[in-house]
Write a protein that binds this ligand. Sequence first.
Ligand code: CIR
Length: 271
Amino acid sequence: MPPKKGGPGGRGAEHELRYGIVRTVSASMARGLTTKDLGAPDLALARRQQEAYVRTLRALGMEVTVLEALDALPDSHFVEDVAVLVRGTAILTRPAADERRGEVALIRPVLETRMPVRELGGRETDRLDGGDVLVSGGRVWIGIGRRTNRRGAELLRQRLREVDPSLGVTLVPFSGCLHLKSGITALAPGRFIADPALRLARPWTGGSVHWLPPAEGTAADVLVANGAILVDAASPSARRLAEEAGGRAIPLDLSEFRKMDGGLTCLSLLY
Ligand code: CIR
């Protein structure tokens, strides 16, 4: 079991990631939520794609724990949505989709053996999905969109201030994508990759934004880890942008997760 203490920072920060938590793809994944019309996912192929993802994280030096599948919860392998890890602390979320609420209680004991765990607080109607939280270079952007609402975002800002008052936190109203990180992630601090489908209520203030061609827009969810940038193998542009940002681009097949609105960051909690 890894030590109780987590490293500083969060995903997208420049510190070394040492641990990963992944949950085996649910046997009922085809019954999960989706906005896409790409057909039913192939469970066996999804599990192979997830195995390649885990192998990649391990090759990058992380000790990865693969939790048992929760077959009654079809989206439970998208572990990113149930907790926000920052500065060695976990903040449990309150996912917007009622179908996904049961996932939080099942990740809690896993996180409690590893780091301090905090509640989001607030009311039942205050909602937050981890996929709406982008951490990079000591800053945090919290998307307010289809899933996370304003109260949920404000509660997370309060919790983050308690964890580290020096973290800069920006609330980002947006539309056009399911989660903020479906639409924009950081290739490096101050350098972002985005889906042109993303509609921001205000111009992005964190640095330069590199827009993907529309046909490759869903590849905006890249995962930066230990000097490498994991990118969707279906997007040559994401690969090129990752290389231009100075990272070693590692393409991974994600076809089955894409059918269910999933991407690279959704599949793990890293610290
Ligand atoms: C959902 O709709 O909640 C899942 N089918 C996909 C969640 C993807 N998670 C993420 O982007 N962080």
